[in-house]
Design a protein around this ligand. Structure first.
Ligand SMILES: Cc1ncc(COP(=O)(O)O)c(C=O)c1O
Length: 485
């Protein structure tokens, strides 16, 4: 006998939904009281593992499993003492947007409906924010990794000619070359790989003492490459490097790209949204003259994952790189299939969720200025953190604080393995749920990396991080004192 029950049981959905909204609000509002992170115990992992559930249980029980097995073991990015990697903290309004998004279940690949109109509206706002022309196009993607890949594809197709969409890049026999600083995020070489150019086609140029691409070295490399018969086509400026927050000199790169007729792309994954801050906007103003910008709303503007974005000055080149006619996607003058350019024409996805909704709701309800003020606060907290580190003889700063990222370490004693000590400090802080910095390598040394992104972080959280690093550092050292050389 087949089961003929409806899949929606509205009474249960309503009751459980009300409960869940209340719980999630309490959860987010009370985060600071709990640990930043806790390891998932083996019993919880074991309980999570089941065979394919052929027969469902009731929703309340399934939700209880989520409460017990998922919620307590969250990665921590929503917590005010989370300082790791580059992660936003999520917004209360984003929780409601998720309900609305799921309720509408819009497919934003295309067609004529309000969700696509909302995405177009956000594209218009971004054009305005970055001073891009009317013909500029934009599209939501999962994240900046994907946006960077699209930019490499658009630029390489513009450079090699659209015929390569049919015949393949190799058919032109061009040895295309791109350029970025040695501080470039790893997703850019991955984009070169995925685009069929090969990671080796992205030249890494050395940086100056502030971690910015050395423009004179770039110019020399381009000249050498041209002399060797290679085809320079693309420069990826890093605007807010992942390790230290370094911002490449966009003015100098813009002038060079214009002289050399190169596509200038900005990987501004988090820093682009610094345009919302009156204090940072002047440093980022030159973004208005690049060819494309990749960034995320899920980083400094705090929106829930995922909300990546690509803005392209030449909307015609953007569409030409991806649009493909198909009988089943025929455009009409009227009806649901109306609309000349659909988001699917600007990216590699056809089925697409309604990522624009949460961004639209957040900007409408909170306002761009308030989101910008939260960004300013994170920079002020990073400066406060750097000052406190500077005042602690047991700690040392490892890189200048450009924006909101602070790289530092427990100063190693003579003969002590500083990398091992600081690595263990980070792990211990995580395991005790005290604070969550990540680590990276700066100038050959392992650094504790505190990236202040979360809008819930306050001065007391930054102080707590330093206190915890000092006490855990001392404790680990006591347990395994450095050997004198
Ligand atoms: C400079 C930079 N570029 C690209 C990325 C990748 O962005 P996403 O994780 O959204 O793909 C990051 C992530 O932190 C980044 O900092």
């Amino acid at each position: 006998m087949t089961d003929s029950r409806d899949l929606d049981d509205w009474e249960t959905i309503r009751a459980e939904g009300h409960r869940l909204v209340d719980e999630m609000v309490d959860h987010l509002a009370g985060l600071a009281e709990g640990p930043v992170w806790r390891a998932m115990p083996p019993e919880a992992r074991a309980r999570l593992r089941t065979t394919l559930p052929r027969h469902g249980t009731d929703l309340a029980r399934a939700l209880d499993d989520a409460r017990e097995l998922v919620v307590p073991y969250h990665s921590g990015n929503t917590h005010p003492r989370f300082f790791g990697w580059v992660q936003g903290g999520g917004l209360g309004v984003g929780v409601l947007a998720a309900i609305l998004e799921a309720g509408l279940d819009a497919n934003c690949g295309g067609r004529d409906h309000a969700a696509v109109a909302v995405e177009a509206e956000v594209v218009g706002w971004m054009r305005e924010l970055f001073g891009f022309p009317e013909g500029a196009s934009g599209v939501f993607v999962t994240g900046t990794s994907q946006a960077n890949l699209l930019a490499v594809l658009i630029a390489s197709r513009a450079a090699a000619g659209l015929a390569v969409r049919q015949s393949g890049l190799g058919s032109r026999g061009l040895a295309l070359r791109g350029y970025a600083s040695s501080a470039v995020h790893g997703c850019v070489p991955r984009a070169f790989d995925a685009a069929g150019l090969g990671e080796g086609a992205l030249r890494r140029i050395r940086t100056d003492t502030r971690g910015r691409l050395d423009v004179a070295a770039l110019e020399r490399t381009i000249a050498e490459d041209r002399a060797a018969g290679l085809e320079p086509f693309f420069v990826a400026a890093t605007v807010g490097s992942v390790d230290t927050g370094a911002v490449d000199d966009l003015e100098a790169l813009g002038a060079l790209a214009a002289r050399e007729r190169l596509w200038l792309h900005a990987d501004a994954a988090y820093a682009a949204m610094g345009m919302l801050s009156p204090a940072l906007a002047p440093r980022l103003r030159a973004l208005s003259s690049v060819d494309s910008i990749a960034f995320d709303f899920h980083k400094w503007t705090q929106l829930q994952y995922e909300a990546g974005f690509l803005l392209v000055r030449d909307g015609v080149a953007h569409k030409a790189a991806f649009a493909s006619p198909a009988a089943y996607l025929r455009r009409e003058a009227r009806g649901i299939a109306a609309g000349e350019t659909w988001p699917t024409d600007l990216c590699l996805d056809l089925s697409r969720g309604f990522k624009a909704l949460k961004v639209w709701l957040a900007f409408k309800s909170l306002g761009a200025d308030r989101l910008g003020a939260a960004i300013d606060r994170t920079c002020a907290l990073a400066r406060h953190l750097a000052a406190r580190i500077g005042a602690e003889p047991a700690l040392e700063l490892l890189a200048p604080v450009e924006l909101n990222i602070v790289c530092f370490r427990v100063r190693p004693a003579q003969g002590e393995d500083g990398d091992e000590l600081n690595r263990r400090v980070a792990i211990t802080l995580h395991e005790r749920g005290l604070a969550a910095p990540s680590t990276t390598t700066v100038g050959g040394a392992l650094a504790l990396r505190a990236a202040v992104f979360n809008h819930r972080t306050r001065e007391k959280d930054v102080e707590a991080l330093v206190d915890a690093v000092l006490s855990v550092g001392a404790e680990l050292r006591e347990a395994a004192p450095p050997r004198s050389s």
